[in-house]
Design a protein around this ligand. Structure first.
Ligand code: WT7
Length: 663
């Protein structure tokens, strides 16, 4: 463990408040303490039991086939349809009139509530329309959309016809979209003219047009683009490719028979950042993924039939997949789907929504909580938040202060806070308190949930004793685990399974600590991956974007501690000789602005560096590896650490002097 994580931990562990589960929640809890033992005694039996919460067209013969690790097969021989499980079966059970989605558009008053029966019609129509556009089982469909009901409908329609979807976050650039379209060879893209963000209509369709062209340049042809009219913005139209949603979907039949697919049929590909420049297409399959997301959503949120649930994530991330679409809908929940930003038209918007819809279960990210803390408690205090009974946190470590504020100000000190650790790769929550069982500690994700086996290990893979830190691993396979990286089994093996190959452990890439009670504290990434506002970014990906600019010779990127966003992107850049002028400061600031813009264009606004420092040299080891640890020291305004392994130990001095003199 680095000095940095030890220091963070020392602060965290000073926190010794404990919050017992509320008595009535504990009394009626979905999952009780005995589940831990039951699951540990017969893990596969436990997962077979959890699979019974779904409706299978054909039951499995074998819970887990782990004969060819790390390639797992769960519920072997089982057949099911994910969309049927998320929609139709609720209607068939007489719950068609229950609201599935309370959609809240960003423009105030733009709302729409959709029942399960209505959702069934919409999904069937979209499934028929996609089929008419030539999409068959196994074809990939890309989704690049705002948070509107049609996005959920499209995902379910894809699942219904067995066409794996790949949702690309609407904040990603056309370049990022193009490389994903090419990587998974998407046949059709579903998008909209635009969506409402921060009080105005922002466009999406132009980025799809550009991406389609760029993908063509990479040798891949997108056949059709299905476009929802959301904002009414002008769009450039190509009749040979573009199809309006209201033409194709709204005229389609509302009857559609879902086909049962193999439990291991691909459900979706979600791209996420790794330690190299190329994003990884994480593949999830149908049966195990749906079991994992439905079970965890039921257990961790203690879901009851009359709950009103709201997860503020975007469907462009895995949280939106597992905890807006698949888990909640498989459980037949009523939920809020909100299109916009928390502060539009003004800062109390989220709390207004909670009050208006009587939200009982709320799931958001620490970065949002910290920004509300900054704005002050008067804003939430002015709303009635008494409907809330449970709060969740996800995406990055939650600092104890934010946890306590969340529980106190938002939860009125009644609500448990579940700090849920998981990843795109794990598909569903792995480590979390159980709200009716666990006495929560602010800042700790506590324990692996029943059915999941996690450990903190040293370099050799030995479990560390309580009170020590190490690497977070998952020691047994689990149903919602990724099955591979799309098109790259080798990278899948190397990235996750090679580190502790003999032991067969999944290496998560996070550092963690077991406190003296044996509870887990996740400390953050131990690899070249950053976490900015709960979004995962690769240092190498941003470095590649920077060096693709003609003025840049070399670049190094680090994630530096940031009070608001957890980490922030800090870049150190060496300019090409031709771009180095006389070092005048206005000239430098022009270049910095230009480079920030360039990164936005290449990847997207979330990757824009907070800070770009022009430097004469970068610190490298004798083998040429950039020592990011030292750059992090500079970015976090710390004294620079041990420089003895540098090829040229004077480099750090050169960097620091250059920066302080403004050159
Ligand atoms: C990485 C995964 C999980 C869905 C959203 C992010 C960090 C996530 C926590 C938490 C500490 C957390 C980890 C993890 N992370 N949740 N509760 N406590 N760290 O998914 O983009 O795949 O990122 O987010 O570093 O490895 P993702």
């Amino acid at each position: 463990m680095s000095e940095k994580t030890d220091e963070t931990l020392a602060n965290l562990l000073k926190e010794d408040r404990r919050f017992e589960p509320p008595a009535d929640l504990a009394e009626h809890a979905n999952l009780t303490a005995d589940a831990y033992d039951r699951a540990a005694e017969d893990r596969e039996g436990f997962w077979a039991e959890q699979a019974e919460r779904l409706t299978w067209a054909q039951k499995w013969d074998q819970v887990l086939d782990w004969s060819n690790p790390p390639f797992a097969k769960w519920y072997v021989g089982g057949k099911l349809n994910a969309a049927y499980n998320c929609v139709d079966r609720h209607v068939e059970a007489g719950r068609g009139d229950k609201v599935a989605l309370h959609f809240v558009g960003e423009p105030v008053g733009d709302t729409r509530s959709i029942t399960y029966a209505e959702l069934q019609d919409l999904v069937s129509q979209a499934a028929n329309a996609l089929t008419d556009l030539g999409v068959a089982a196994g074809d990939r469909v890309a989704i690049y959309m705002p948070m509107i009901p049609e996005a959920v409908v499209t995902m379910l329609a894809c699942a219904r016809i067995g066409a794996p979807h790949t949702v690309v976050f609407g904040g990603f650039s056309s370049d990022a979209l193009a490389s994903r379209l090419e990587d998974c060879q998407a046949k059709v893209v579903v998008t909209s003219d635009g969506g409402y963000r921060r009080g105005s209509a922002s466009s999406l369709k132009p980025a799809v047009d550009e991406a389609r062209e760029k993908a063509a340049g990479l040798g891949h042809t997108v056949e059709k683009v299905l476009v929802v009219r959301r904002t009414g913005q002008d769009v450039v139209w190509d009749d040979s490719v573009d199809v309006w949603w209201h033409d194709a979907v709204e005229s389609a039949s509302t009857s559609h028979t879902p086909e049962a697919f193999d439990a291991e049929h691909p459900l979706y590909v979600m791209y996420t950042s790794g330690t190299t420049g190329k994003p990884k297409g994480i593949l999830h399959t149908t049966g195990g993924y749906l079991v994992g997301s439905a079970y965890t959503h039921w257990a961790v949120f203690d879901l009851k039939d009359d709950d009103v649930y709201w997860c503020t994530a975007d469907i462009g991330w895995v949280t939106g997949h597992s905890y807006i679409v698949y888990g909640p809908l498989a459980n037949g929940v009523t939920q809020v789907l909100y299109e916009g930003t928390p502060d539009s038209p003004e800062r109390g918007r989220w709390w207004d929504i909670i009050e208006q819809y009587g939200v009982t279960l709320f799931y958001t990210a620490p970065t949002a909580i910290r920004s509300f803390m900054k704005q002050g408690r008067e804003i939430p205090d002015a709303r009635d938040l008494s409907s809330l009974r449970l709060l969740g946190s996800v995406g990055e470590p939650i600092n104890p202060e934010a946890y306590v504020w969340y529980r106190h100000v938002i939860g009125g000190d009644r609500t448990p806070v579940v700090d849920t650790w998981w990843q795109t790769e794990t598909g569903s929550i792995m480590i979390s308190p159980l709200p009716g069982v666990t006495a929560g500690k602010p800042g700790s994700a506590m324990n692996p949930i029943p059915g999941v086996a996690a450990e903190v290990v040293d370099e050799e893979g030995n479990a560390v004793p309580n009170g020590s830190g190490g690497y977070l691993v998952l020691t047994e396979p689990w149903p919602s685990m990724l099955r591979t990286i799309w098109g790259d089994d080798q990278r899948f093996k190397e990235t996750y399974w090679s580190r502790f190959e003999k032991l067969g452990y999944y290496f998560a890439g996070d550092g963690a600590k077991k406190d003296t009670d044996g509870d887990l504290w996740v400390l953050g990434r131990v690899d070249d991956v950053m976490n900015v506002s709960g979004h995962r970014l690769s240092t190498t990906e941003i470095e590649s974007a920077l060096v693709s600019h003609p003025k840049v010779a070399e670049a190094a990127v680090v994630g530096a501690k940031d009070e608001d966003t957890g980490q922030a992107v800090c870049a150190f850049v060496i300019l090409r000789d031709s771009a180095v002028g006389d070092g005048a400061s206005d000239e430098q600031s022009d270049i910095v602005a230009e480079l920030r813009k360039h990164v936005r264009k290449e990847i997207g606004p979330i990757a824009t560096p907070r800070q770009i420092m022009i430097v004469p040299e970068l610190p490298k080891t004798r083998s040429g590896k950039i020592m990011r640890r030292l750059l992090r020291d500079v970015a976090e305004n710390r004294e620079v650490g041990d420089v003895t392994t540098l090829a040229d130990s004077s480099v750090m001095e050169l960097i620091s002097t250059g920066l302080s003199s403004g050159k």
